[in-house]
Design a protein around this ligand. Structure first.
Ligand code: FES
Ligand SMILES: [Fe+2]
Length: 434
C-alpha cells in the first residue's frame, strides 16, 4: 500500500527518523521511483566500455539499464528492454554486443544507439498499423545522461538539473580523485568486488562517515593488526598493510578533529588532517611525476586534500585518497548490493594501484577484515528495527551546531550532520520538492 505525502513527511523529523524508512517495502518502492527515479545515479566509468559494442548493465532502482559504446566512440545509456514484447536485450553484467543488439526471443535487432533496424518476417505487419521506423519500437534512451571526468551518471528525470549543478561543491572530491593522476585521468582497473548486504541501502550510506563506530566495531581487527605489525621488520613488504588498518582504531578526539561538509542533494564528505589516509607514505617516483605534471604548489594541494569518504547521494561513494569507489545498488527494503571498483591513476607508478587494490581487499571485500564488521552491524540493525517497541532512530549528535560556509554546512565528523543531510534530501525527493 502506497503512502501519502503527509504520511511520508511524518517519517522524517530533524532529529529522528521512523523505523519504517528502513523496513517498509512500500517506502522502498516509493524511494525507487522518487529518489532513484529522479536523482543522478552513477552508471559506470567510461573506461569500462573502451571499444565499440562494449556494454555494462545495471539497474536504476528496479529498472534495467544498459550503457554501450557505439562505433564513433559515443556513449549511450538505454533502457534494457526490447521494443517488441519487453525482453531484456542483454542479460550479462558486461560484454561486447558486436555491431548491435539482437533480442533473444524473436530476433528483433537494434543499432548500438538503440534504433530498431531489423524485424524478422516483416511482411506479416503489412497494413496492420505497425511502423518499424516509429521510435516507440526502438530501445528507449534514458531521459538524461552526462559524464563528469569519465564518471557517467544518468537520470530518469528530464527536468533534472545539470550534473555539475547537482554535484555542487562536492565535485571537488571527484576532481581530486582524477587530479591525483599526473595525466588528470583515471581508469577502472580489474574487476569488481560485489557483495550482498542484508540491510536497507540507506544503512550503508549512513555508515560511510559515521565516525562514532570505527573504534567500536573495528576494535578487534585493529588490535589484531597492531599485534601483527609489531612482529614485522622495518623493511617488510607488508608495511603497506600496516598503514591501512590501524587508523580505523583512531580515538574519538582524532575523529572529532575531522570536518564533515554537507551539501544540497544529500552529498557530503569528510576532510581534515587526521583522516584515515592522512599518514600514507608517498612513493618518491610518484612524487616526481606529479611534480613534473603540476609543479610543487599544485602537487602539494592535490596530495594534501585529505578526505576519507564522499557520498554522491544516493548511489556513489568515493575515496579520492585511495582511488576506489563503492556503488550502491538497492534490491529490497532489507537487501542491497555494494560494488567496489578500483581505479588506476594514469601515468602513476604501479605501486599506487597496488595500494588501491590492497585497500579494496583489506577493507571493502567480503573476505576483508573490516567491511564485514560493518555488515554484521547493518544486519543487526535491520533485524532489531523489526521491533515495534521503539518507533524511532535518533540522529541528535551536534544538532543545532552546524556552521554555514558558502553552499554547504560544516560540523564535526563525529556529529550526525552527514545523516541529517541525507534525510533532508530524502524528504525533498520523496515529497516531490526537488
Ligand atoms: S521480445 Fe524481443 S523480439 Fe520479441
Ligand atoms: Fe566501518
Amino acid at each position: 500500500m502506497s503512502l501519502s505525502n503527509p504520511e511520508l513527511s511524518a517519517l522524517v523529523e530533524p532529529r529522528r527518523v521512523h523505523r519504517r524508512v528502513y523496513t517498509d517495502p512500500a517506502v522502498f518502492d516509493l524511494e525507487m521511483e522518487r529518489i532513484w527515479g529522479k536523482a543522478w545515479i552513477y552508471v559506470g566509468h567510461e573506461s569500462q566500455i573502451p571499444g565499440p559494442g562494449d556494454y555494462i548493465t545495471l539497474q536504476i532502482g528496479k529498472i534495467p539499464i544498459v550503457m554501450v559504446r557505439d562505433r564513433s566512440g559515443g556513449v549511450h545509456v538505454l533502457y534494457n528492454r526490447c521494443g517488441h514484447k519487453g525482453a531484456k536485450l542483454v542479460d550479462n553484467s558486461c560484454g561486447n554486443t558486436g555491431g548491435g543488439f539482437v533480442c533473444c526471443y524473436h530476433g528483433w535487432s537494434y543499432k548500438l544507439d538503440g534504433r530498431l533496424v531489423g524485424v524478422p518476417h516483416l511482411k506479416g505487419y503489412e497494413n496492420t498499423g505497425f511502423d518499424k521506423n516509429d521510435p516507440q519500437y526502438s530501445m528507449q534512451k534514458l531521459e538524461k545522461h552526462q559524464s563528469y571526468r569519465g564518471f557517467v551518471f544518468a537520470s530518469r528525470d528530464r527536468h533534472a538539473p545539470e550534473l555539475t549543478t547537482w554535484l555542487g561543491g562536492a565535485r571537488t572530491v571527484l576532481d581530486n580523485l582524477c587530479d591525483r593522476s599526473p595525466e588528470g585521468e583515471v581508469e577502472v582497473a580489474g574487476g569488481v568486488i560485489r557483495y550482498d548486504h542484508q540491510c536497507n541501502w540507506k544503512m550503508f550510506n549512513e555508515n560511510l562517515n559515521d565516525a562514532m563506530h570505527p573504534m567500536v566495531v573495528h576494535r578487534s581487527v585493529v588490535d589484531a593488526a597492531n599485534e601483527y605489525i609489531r612482529t614485522l621488520p622495518e623493511d617488510s613488504p607488508s608495511r603497506a598493510e600496516a598503514e591501512i588498518i590501524p587508523p580505523f582504531g583512531s580515538s574519538y578526539k582524532t575523529f572529532s578533529e575531522v570536518d564533515i561538509l554537507a551539501f544540497p542533494y544529500g552529498h557530503h564528505y569528510n576532510r581534515g588532517q587526521n583522516t584515515i589516509h592522512a599518514k600514507y607514505s608517498v612513493d618518491p617516483d610518484y612524487e616526481t611525476v606529479m611534480l613534473e605534471a603540476y609543479g610543487p604548489e599544485r602537487t602539494r594541494e592535490i596530495l594534501t586534500f585529505n578526505s576519507h569518504n564522499t557520498l554522491y547521494y544516493p548511489s556513489l561513494t568515493i575515496k579520492s585518497s585511495i582511488q576506489n569507489i563503492r556503488v550502491v545498488r538497492p534490491v529490497a527494503a532489507d537487501h542491497c548490493i555494494i560494488e567496489t571498483w578500483s581505479f588506476r591513476l594514469k601515468g602513476a607508478p604501479d605501486s599506487l594501484l597496488q595500494r588501491t587494490i590492497l585497500y579494496s581487499r583489506l577493507i571493502n571485500s567480503s573476505g576483508s577484515m573490516v567491511g564485514p564488521d560493518d555488515l554484521v552491524a547493518y544486519r543487526r540493525m535491520q533485524e532489531g528495527l523489526e521491533s515495534n517497541a521503539n518507533q524511532w532512530v535518533e540522529m541528535h549528535r551536534d544538532y543545532g551546531r552546524d556552521e554555514t560556509v558558502g553552499d554547504h554546512l560544516v560540523n564535526r565528523c563525529t556529529s550526525d550532520l552527514d545523516i541529517r543531510t541525507q534525510y533532508r534530501a530524502w524528504r525533498r525527493y520523496m515529497l516531490g520538492e526537488t
